[in-house]
Ligand binder design. Structure first.
Ligand code: NI
Ligand code: MN
Length: 226
């Protein structure tokens, strides 16, 4: 499968003719190389209800009849906007036609700003384990480090983990390096940094904190074969 990073928390997985997109925050994302008009996701997986993660989901899903997967309350909310959804909850897994999705805990918020000062709370934030063709990708969503990441790593050998390092709203580089140790992921890629001034980080510092060869930086648009 092809796995690519597109700035902030946007990750794309292409396999068996399907495109799976995580957290498609395109409009307003200063780092992304994508344009909403150029992507055709079959599946959109959303980690939590913050605007920088829901992003352009409604427009994309309506246009391409994408299946939107997320926590049940978030799925209900987007379903009411006319989007095809599949709701799940923390700890639950489901075998989809394209692969298996399991939601993990994330310590964070999930209030969607509807634009009129109204904050709509959409269930709980989550991380995502995506298993396709025998490989498991972990997208941590936005979270602090927590010691049960050890359990996630024990239960699910992770081939590639995307971990936020921006600090302020999520783990910073030091905590994310500890998370990488807990998760025992084969490879780790930093995300959720430099999009806004408050989450400015040097990703090389994070890489330096990892065990030798355990992580690498993906620039927006970079793609790897997994
Ligand atoms: Ni968030
Ligand atoms: Mn975020």
């Amino acid at each position: 499968m092809k796995v690519s990073f597109h700035g902030h928390a946007v990750v794309k997985v292409e396999t068996n003719g399907k495109t799976i997109l995580f957290d498609p925050f395109i409009n307003g994302n200063s780092l992304t190389d994508l344009k909403v008009d150029d992507i055709k996701p079959d599946v959109i997986i959303i980690t939590h209800g913050h605007n920088d993660h829901i992003g352009d989901t409604v427009e994309l899903a309506k246009k391409h009849d994408s299946l939107v997967i997320g926590i049940a309350e978030l799925a209900d909310y987007l379903g009411a906007k006319g989007v095809r959804t599949h709701g799940m909850s923390i700890g639950g897994a489901y075998e989809f036609e394209f692969g298996k999705v399991k939601l993990t805990p994330a310590f964070h918020g999930t209030g969607f700003n509807a634009g009129d000062g109204q904050i709509i709370y959409l269930g709980m934030p989550a991380g995502v384990l995506l298993t396709i063709e025998g490989k498991t990708i972990y997208h941590a969503g936005d979270t602090s480090v927590y010691s049960d990441m050890k359990l996630i790593g024990e239960r699910h050998p992770i081939d590639l983990a995307f971990l936020p390092i921006g600090d302020n709203f999520t783990m910073g580089p030091e905590d994310a390096a500890l998370a990488a140790t807990f998760l025992q992921a084969k490879q780790v890629v930093p995300i959720h940094y430099n999009t806004f001034p408050v989450i400015k980080q040097d990703p090389n510092r994070f890489i330096d904190l990892l065990e030798e060869g355990n992580g690498f930086i993906m620039e927006p648009g970079d793609e790897i074969e997994l």
